[in-house]
Design a protein around this ligand. Sequence first.
Ligand SMILES: *Cc1c(COP(=O)(O)O)cnc(C)c1O
Length: 413
Amino acid sequence: MTALPELVARHARALAATATDPVSAFIYDLPALRRHVQWLKSLLPPGVELYYAIKANSEAPVLEALAPWVDGFEISSGGEIARALQSGPRRNFIFSGPGKLDSDLRQALRHNVEMIHVESLDEIRRLNAIASELQKRQPVLIRINPSLPAHLATKLSMAGAPTPFGIDEAQLPQAVALVEACPHLALHGFHVHAMSHQLDVERHIQLLDWYLERWPSWQALASDRQTVRWLNAGGGMGVNYLLPQQFDWARLCRHLAARLSSNPQAPRIRFEPGRLVTAFCGYYLMQVLDLKHSHGKNFAVCRGGTHQFRLPSAQGHDHPVLHLPAAHAAATPAAWTVVGQLCTPKDVLSRDAVLSGLAIGDLLVLPLAGAYGYNISHADFLCHPRPQQIFIDAEPSQTTPSRSESHAAHANP
Ligand SMILES: *Cc1c(COP(=O)(O)O)cnc(C)c1O
């Protein structure tokens, strides 16, 4: 199980000690986030780019911590453009998503979006009109929903199946011809974001290999192949919430390096993960309000709940739970169902978490809460006050990584 960095434990204790009520809060370890993104980037083959999909977590301190280390941000709305622009050092950004508004597109172009991932024929026409109005020639990638072989299509949620995302591969010739007929658009390549929650690196590699095999036929649809050089291979690398083994990023990078070095015709590759970048840096803190026994089960009722940290119920999993103070050696472990304050039986963060010596007032910490945590939740439910978000940005003396911190996030350092 993920270890709790001492820095995070210290902030959790300090918060509880100074608050008037029992606490719930998100705590983000920014030094650990910086180390993690540098590690991700350092393993990529030269020339392969790393963008961060900010919908996973677009809090300003998170974007500021990441900005120096990523090649840019992937954004999905006008609101996200505003967030990305506020993140201190100016970063490139690219724009995907079904249902882009004209006002989103206009805002993106005004702020010099690097590339727009076009998702439909109508969007291509609308974008061309807006680019014309602003007197620009906008680089685009066409987002493909590929016709995957059956063994690769299983369990993919966003491609190789009927979805609202991208343009079916069968329609690709038409889409390429349309972009080429639009004087204010320039086709630079293709984009495929086929899945989320991919934990199996071998399956991810097969998918990537398949894209690279298809690449020459996609590129051949363009009348000028030279300008069609980019393949954005999306995100979707999973985070294992239940076991310490994480997605084998190092293996993916090694495989890609070998593939690219033996193929001079290969496109320039860009990834845009979200979850894999920020999941590890975040912790959801809940203080125990009550301990109950009901029909043979133990319940720990805690401050906060799934309206603040929806991820476990959204994923249908039992989230790992760490206990502060550390388990008392002499106490007998017991299985606790960790719930929040909501008046619904669905407000469960973890069933049968084994904890020793649990007492009212103790702090529980749910790790792996940095991506799709607070921002996918419905925090105004029951008129509860919103949880604090604490961004730990250590003084220089604290930035030296301790062993537990520096490797907690990497199963494959
Ligand atoms: C959500 C999204 C991502 C990031 O997905 P993760 O599963 O967080 O890696 C990347 N690209 C697009 C187009 C997305 O919609």
